[in-house]
Write a protein that binds this ligand. Structure first.
Ligand code: TRP
Ligand code: SF4
Length: 334
């Protein structure tokens, strides 16, 4: 343990997919051995776009936590909590909002993308709410609440971490302190996994494999993966590098030997795509087997999951209360 602290979060989008697992969670699992680690479900952030669709919020929060636990986030090593159970974050959000210039949040590229998506969604209220505008400030509050040194995230979140550093620096300048760390992003080395159709993997694109999918469903889904589009018959010579999805998955899940066998059999026309994907499905299922078993355990022991969260909430609040005391003092609140 280096005494360095990391914090990261995910919105409660429901059951997570392999993009989350390979892109973010696996990284957290590794880092939890080296850092004092805090991981939370960003349920307030979910409200920034879905304040009018909250019927699944509670269930989705538990789904996300079950996927984390199944994937190897260890509650004895990491503090796992729910954002809205740490009300000090909301208070810090107020102080940080005061010192953040409006044009900093208006410039936020991720926010611009979200606003665009909101506008193009038919029938959706196209207004950008005050809460959504505050997304980057609230995220800074999440991170600074624990006075984190670093934040493990996907590349899409790096702009947010930059705003957090700017806000931390500005707070320190204004209140003549060095209290807040300027947190660094920690990017994962993992490969980005695309969806079954070759586009970005995403729940709303219906091209994802969930951590919690059954082996049967996974096998069926893998059979729909895009292959080398120029290949018609199994005896046609294949081009693994132009096999848009299936071979890429092999490169992620296969051993060196399996990858090179697949390549050579494909190139020589000795392996048909259907066979290839049948083997691939099996390989992916073997990789996920243990995780899925663990997930089923938690699904049938929900009380344990809730206990873990309650424990995490308590630990996170303890840290948050220490930090907020300092902040009130620095701002010179009564
Ligand atoms: N914005 C992040 C996402 O969409 C979730 C998030 C909220 C987060 N607060 C955070 C991530 C703080 C890291 C640190 O995935
Ligand atoms: Fe892709 Fe396998 Fe078909 Fe080759 S045999 S094109 S690697 S699915």
């Amino acid at each position: 343990m280096t005494n360095q602290l990391i914090v990261s979060g995910m919105r409660p989008t429901g059951k997570l997919h392999l993009g989350h697992y390979l892109g973010v969670i696996q990284n957290w699992v590794e880092l939890q051995h080296k850092y004092d680690s805090y991981f939370f479900v960003a349920d307030w952030h979910a409200l920034t776009t879905k304040y009018d669709k909250t019927e699944d919020l509670r269930g989705d929060t538990l789904e996300v936590v079950m996927d984390w636990l199944a994937s190897g986030i260890d509650p004895d090593k990491s503090t796992i909590y729910v954002q809205s159970h740490v009300p000090e974050i909301a208070e810090l959000n107020i102080y940080l909002g005061m010192v953040t210039p409006q044009n900093w949040v208006e410039r936020d590229p991720t926010l611009k993308d979200m606003a665009k998506i909101l506008r193009t969604k038919e029938g959706q209220n196209s207004q950008i709410s005050y809460g959504l505008m505050g997304y980057p400030v609230l995220m800074s509050a999440d991170i600074m609440m624990m006075n984190a040194n670093a934040v493990p995230v996907g590349i899409d979140q790096v702009a947010h971490i930059e705003i957090t550093r700017d806000i931390a620096r500005r707070f320190n300048n204004i209140y003549n302190t060095e209290f807040f760390n300027e947190p660094q992003p920690i990017l994962n080395k993992c490969s980005l996994i695309c969806g079954l159709d070759g586009n970005k993997m995403g729940k709303s694109f219906h091209n994802d494999i969930k951590i919690s999918d059954t082996a049967e469903d996974t096998a069926k889904k893998v059979m729909t993966a895009i292959t080398d589009r120029s290949r018609m018959r199994r005896t046609d010579l294949g081009h693994p590098d132009e096999c848009e999805v299936a071979f890429k998955y092999w490169e992620i899940f296969g051993s060196e030997e399996e990858i090179s066998n697949t390549r050579s059999e494909c190139e020589k026309g000795e392996r048909g795509c259907a066979d290839c994907k049948r083997q691939l499905g099996k390989k992916i299922n073997d990789t996920l087997c243990e995780i899925r078993e663990k997930r089923r355990y938690y699904e049938t022991h929900l009380d344990e999951v809730k206990d873990i969260l309650a424990e995490g909430d308590k630990k996170a609040r303890k840290r948050a209360m220490e930090v907020i005391e300092q902040v009130r003092d620095l701002v010179r609140m009564y």
